[in-house]
Design a protein around this ligand. Structure first.
Ligand SMILES: *Cc1c(COP(=O)(O)O)cnc(C)c1O
Length: 351
């Protein structure tokens, strides 16, 4: 090792799902939405000129914050907007999880970015095993900690916890910040947003990447009490003020303003998911009762890795992790009805 390398912050980065160059694959591996974003988004895109980005963007994301505040019935001062929820979550780790002794708690099977951020910021953490059905045992989160974070529904399991159970965890931990990552909440789950008024230590994070079909646009947001949002903003403005680009600030508003389209799209995904569950069951798959835009499935006899490889040969991409407890599972994004039908046909040949 060179001398200068001793002073390097060494990290093992997060590995996102593959983005194949080949446009002909059926891509069910990163939970993107198969439908276009709200029509108003594309209209704006077609009318934009350089004047929409010649100047620096609004650091406060005023218009987007206003539309989100109206949509969710909260005050503008309760909202923090970022470059995808990854940006918001990373900022939140840096801002709220600074206890050098007590560990931040999250499940053993969860979004694999959490341990990466904890390592990056040198935050101690403890991964708490989910029960056999991949549910969180709330009693496990009643121990001393430096913060708590988990997605609801969880990823990659799709399992939803009740707002009541989450409230018990938030209530029992007044000395810690509890972050609920609601990346998939729009696909049938009940949001914890109403709890934000009641608990000063709760932050809810959501994204435009899944339910709003704008993963490439990079928009995420947090909703919490004003004090927490102010701390988050202070950290952000001490790091990089101009993170949100002007086109996404403008197009984000167009997405939020079209509530009917948003609800229709989520409803379509949910309908396809429930139909897909029946088909998968008939093929001998077992899976958790997903409340997200993916299914976390295992076959009764054929190993997941084998199915994964064979699907890839047929140009159908799903997600597989060679990790303890989940190495016989596939995470399959819910696409259009046609895509799922093609997947079913391919699976019929494999299993
Ligand atoms: C997709 C996802 C995110 C990140 O989404 P962004 O595209 O960064 O908004 C965060 N948490 C979970 C659990 C996710 O699945």
């Amino acid at each position: 090792m060179m001398k200068w390398e001793e002073n390097v912050r060494k990290v093992v980065p997060y590995v996102p799902g593959e983005q194949p160059k080949d446009k002909n694959v059926i891509k069910l591996n990163t939970n993107e939405n198969p439908y276009p974003p709200a029509p108003g988004v594309e209209e704006l895109m077609n009318t934009m000129t350089y004047q929409d980005f010649r100047l620096y963007p609004d650091t406060d994301a005023t218009e987007l914050t206003k539309s989100l505040a109206k949509f969710y019935g909260v005050r503008e001062s309760q909202i923090f907007v970022g470059v995808g929820s990854d940006d918001v979550l990373g900022m939140a780790f840096m801002t709220f999880f600074n206890n050098t002794e007590k560990p931040v708690l999250f499940p053993d099977i969860t979004y694999s970015f959490y341990d990466v951020w904890a390592d990056l910021y040198r935050i101690p953490y403890k991964q708490i095993p989910l029960d056999e059905d991949f549910h969180i045992r709330k009693e496990d989160y009643l121990i001393e900690n430096g913060g708590i974070i988990f997605p609801n529904p969880n990823a990659p399991t799709g399992v939803l916890e009740s707002v009541n159970d989450i409230e018990d965890i938030v209530k029992a931990n007044p000395e810690s910040v509890v972050i609920i990552d609601e990346a998939y909440i729009d696909f049938g789950g009940q949001s914890c947003l109403p709890l934000v008024e009641k608990y000063e230590n709760l932050m809810v994070v959501q994204t435009f990447s899944k339910s709003r079909s704008m993963a490439g646009m990079r928009i995420g947001f947090a909703i919490a009490n004003e004090k927490m949002i102010d701390y988050l903003k202070a950290a952000k403005f001490s790091y990089n003020s101009y993170t949100m680009n002007m086109p996404s600030l403008i197009m984000g508003v167009a997405s939020v303003e079209d509530k009917a389209y948003f609800e229709q799209t989520c409803e379509k995904i949910i309908t396809t998911r429930e139909w897909f569950k029946k088909e998968m069951k008939a093929l001998g798959f077992v899976f958790t009762d997903s409340y997200s835009n993916f299914l976390f499935a295992e076959h009764k006899s054929v190993p997941a890795k084998e199915i994964f490889d064979k699907l890839k040969e047929k140009k159908i991409y799903v997600r597989y992790w060679n990790k303890a407890r989940i190495n016989n599972r596939l995470r399959i994004t819910i696409g259009t009805d046609e895509q799922m039908q093609q997947l079913i046909e391919a699976l019929k040949e494999i299993v």
